[in-house]
Design a protein around this ligand. Structure first.
Ligand code: SAH
Ligand code: SF4
Length: 354
């Protein structure tokens, strides 16, 4: 059953401190998940294809102006090997994520990679490569990608403005337009926000949840903001809640969103695991149903530190994956092996509209 929270009750829940009431909320969200999308968790093998980025988001460790980062691009052969690994491990899907680039060499390479992956493996492919023009989104869709993640970061324009440079490349309206274009191109659209940002209040987060609902998103990936010392936002780190509070807020956001939108896909994100080794599992018990084990090559993982102390920096794909699966087994959470695990919300609400 869908719960229609109003803004004040969302704020109330986001400020709730009573552990028993919160546990009841999480359990209710878990039950809603099982009833609407099932108890399975879907795995998506994540490949961080490149840390080269034209943008300068004030929170991100791989922002253009961070000269301390060694820039890399994973070869197409290595991406195909990761796709083979994901397929062999029974994941059903993969995610290709990276810095935002607009040059034709890059967008063409992604197109041919998508074609090549689809030729070899029947994997579902999600992209997360930032803002692109509609024709690029279309080209990638036609080449075989069918889900796209582009976080709005904050749905409040004023807060968005505080965490991004104030130039056209980083304009809020551009981000919103990109989300609309993704929908036009036919993708299952995923968005999300960072939680526990400087200047962010419970009212902002309540508005984010209402934004997800009104935009009618198909998927959501959100997680705690984690400060990075080589970024401008580090200067205001005294304004952010402590780590455990950021994690708890993130779990609350997952649970509330599951109750508001029972049949979407919601990810348990790596940033939750960065705060608590069992952070992602907690999110699963509060309504999340997607996990993205990292398949990025060990050699370059350390250079994809969008935030510091990202988990798994010294591991390879096999270790990250088997750890993730072992944890889920320990918790008796079934895995949706060999399936794409698409958002039921999308097929129920949009696919017939084309
Ligand atoms: N360049 C693409 C995808 C890579 S960044 C894009 O920006 O969409 C993926 C996500 O990492 C961003 O959407 C942002 O929400 C998150 N991120 C960046 N810096 C972060 C930080 N310091 N803490 C937590 N999440 C962060
Ligand atoms: Fe680039 Fe994405 Fe980081 Fe922004 S968040 S600097 S677009 S990688």
């Amino acid at each position: 059953m869908t719960v229609d929270f109003d803004r004040d009750s969302l704020i109330g829940w986001l400020e709730e401190k009573d552990p028993e009431r919160l546990q009841a909320l999480y359990s209710e969200a878990y039950r809603t998940k099982v009833a609407s999308v099932g108890d399975r968790v879907y795995l998506r093998g994540l490949v961080e294809i490149s840390n080269i980025c034209r943008k300068n988001c004030l929170y991100c460790g791989i922002r253009r102006d961070n000269g301390a980062v060694g820039r890399y691009e994973i070869s197409s052969g290595d991406v195909l090997a990761a796709a083979g690994f994901a397929y062999g491990a029974g994941y059903g899907s993969m995610v290709i994520q990276g810095g935002e680039r607009a040059d034709r060499a890059f967008t063409d390479r992604i197109t041919s990679l998508l074609r090549e992956i689809k030729k070899r493996y029947p994997l579902g492919i999600t992209l997360s490569l930032g803002e692109q023009p509609l024709d690029v989104y279309r080209e990638w869709f036609e080449a075989g990608a069918h889900r796209y993640l582009l976080r709005i970061e904050s749905s409040t324009e004023e807060l968005y403005g505080k965490i991004h440079p104030s130039d056209r490349l980083h304009a809020f309206e551009r981000r919103i337009q990109a989300l609309r274009d993704l929908r036009t191109a036919g993708y299952q659209v995923g968005t999300g926000v960072m939680i526990g940002l400087p200047y962010q209040t419970a009212a902002h987060l309540a508005d984010d949840l209402l934004f997800f609902k009104s935009f009618d998103i198909d998927m959501c990936g959100m997680g705690p903001y984690i400060e990075h010392s080589m970024t401008p936002l580090y200067a205001v780190r005294h304004l952010i809640p402590d780590k455990m509070e950021r994690l708890e807020l993130s779990i609350k956001m997952v649970a509330l969103l599951r109750l508001m939108m029972p049949d979407i896909n919601i990810a348990a994100t790596t940033a939750m695991q960065a705060i608590d080794p069992y952070g992602r599992e907690r999110a699963i018990m509060a309504g999340a149903n997607v996990l993205m084990p990292n398949l990025t090559l060990q050699e370059v993982r350390e250079e994809y530190q969008i935030y510091q102390n990202k988990p798994g920096a010294g591991e390879d794909a096999a270790i990250s994956s088997s750890r993730t699966e072992k944890r889920l087994e320990e918790m008796k959470i079934p895995i949706g092996y060999g399936q794409w695990g698409d958002s039921p919300h999308f097929s129920r609400t949009k696919s017939s509209k084309g």
